[in-house]
Write a protein that binds this ligand. Structure first.
Ligand code: ATP
Length: 380
């Protein structure tokens, strides 16, 4: 556990970067510090490994005040990942990753063996081990940065905007990878970002920092989205927070309806009413797009099927959340969201109105539970 107790940092010149921060970070949790630039996130994180000394207040790791610990030993017990990986340019990937185990006393040989294992763990094969950082893509460099931080198997991982220099697609891959790693490794992770979407995707808990280095809210991401502590947090999490909050709600109660499907060969034979749609599926049952009466007429007139169908919307994988269900419905030209199984085969359709009805049901039952709890507490 990492605890901040009234920690304040005022730099020379009077800038208060972190103002009276009190915060407990449970062991094995994924905690994200998020907020606009200059809000003190990095400064707060650096108090943990003593790169910054608080002007007042205390930071404890497992109950021990870090001010009383040897800084080098403290840092060897904490992986540290920064933007672009922070790799040493003149060392190979393998030696970059082996650095910390060597510093911790391992022989070079054993450290390299460890490094190979960790590289594999973050999705990089041995084929990249002998390259230099400049010979890697941005995403690969970032993975090496994570591997290096994990190489000595530290219980704590500090990550400062590690994915902000890579493009959105690679970034999403790295986020998925990070979640997978965390589910296997159960480290205590503190992650800094200014991107609320990244924070909500990754964090078990998120700490929202505001101007002047003041912590505004510290809660689970669904709580921050549903109940921002103040106007600053509401504005920061964005106007579509209600929609994004749906991603924390299960869609298992949303009804899946049978939908009309046609194969590419049978499009021309379909009879559709004026407002009717059919889903065109491949021979193995995957969705290809929607066709209406006008599309059917085109095919009968000799058009290729591909030219007659409207691209489908996003898909709703069975078991996914309300956000994916609603998005599938509202992005579909027919208004029916296509539900698919793990193999991508069509299993039916979902309706936007029913997704919203499902949301209302969930809220009603939450309210009822809350009332029961409050009533129960009042009686005691
Ligand atoms: N070494 C320093 N000396 C003086 N002021 C500093 C120093 N480091 C940071 N600051 C100031 O402290 C404030 C908080 O900076 P910090 O880097 O912690 O914010 P941040 O939330 O991490 O922002 P960013 O996302 O831009 O990195 C800023 O006003 C910054 O200019």
């Amino acid at each position: 556990m990492i605890s901040f107790e009234h920690a304040t940092k005022e730099f020379d010149g009077g800038v208060v970067a972190v103002d009276d921060l009190t915060l407990d970070i449970p062991a094995e949790s994924f905690t994200v510090f998020v907020g606009p630039s200059g809000g003190g996130k990095t400064t707060a994180m650096r108090m943990i490994n003593r790169m910054v000394t608080p002007t007042s207040g205390t930071v404890r790791v497992d109950g021990r005040d870090v001010a009383g610990l040897d800084a080098t030993r403290l840092r060897l017990g904490m992986g540290y990942v920064i933007q672009n990986g922070g790799l040493l340019p003149h060392r190979t990937v393998l030696d970059n990753v082996a650095t910390v185990p060597v510093l911790s006393g391992d022989s070079r040989r054993s450290a390299r063996r460890t490094a190979l294992g960790v590289l594999e763990r973050v999705g990089l094969g041995a084929s990249l081990a002998n390259r230099y950082p400049a010979q890697l893509s941005g995403g690969q460099q970032q993975r090496v940065g994570v591997a290096r931080a994990l190489a000595a198997d530290p219980p704590i991982l500090l990550m400062d905007e590690p994915f902000s220099a890579v493009d959105p697609v690679v970034r999403e891959e790295l986020q998925t990878e990070m979640r997978r790693l965390q589910s296997e490794l159960r480290k205590t992770i503190v992650f800094v970002t200014h991107d609320i979407d990244e924070a909500v995707t990754l964090g078990d808990r998120i700490a929202v920092f505001g101007p002047g280095g003041r912590l505004r809210q510290y809660d689970a991401p669904d709580v921050v989205l549903a109940s921002p502590a103040d106007d600053f947090v509401a504005e920061f999490v964005g106007r579509d927070r209600g929609y994004r909050g749906l991603s924390f709600r299960s869609a298992s109660d949303v009804p899946i309806h049978e939908i009309r499907t046609v194969t590419t060969e049978s499009v021309g034979e379909a009879t559709l009413g004026e407002s009717g749609w059919a889903l065109v599926v491949s021979d193995d049952g995957r969705p290809l797009g929607w066709v209406d009466a006008a599309g059917v007429a085109k095919v009968r007139g000799g058009s290729a099927v591909s030219a007659a169908i409207a691209a489908g919307g996003s898909l709703f994988p069975l078991g996914a959340d309300l956000r994916q269900a609603l998005d599938a419905a509202i992005s579909s030209p027919s208004g029916i969201g296509v539900a698919v199984d793990a193999d991508g085969v069509v299993r039916g359709g979902v309706l936007g109105t029913e997704v919203l009805a499902g949301l209302s049901d969930q809220r009603r039952s939450e309210d009822a539970t809350r009332e029961r709890t409050e009533f129960g507490e009042a009686e005691r």
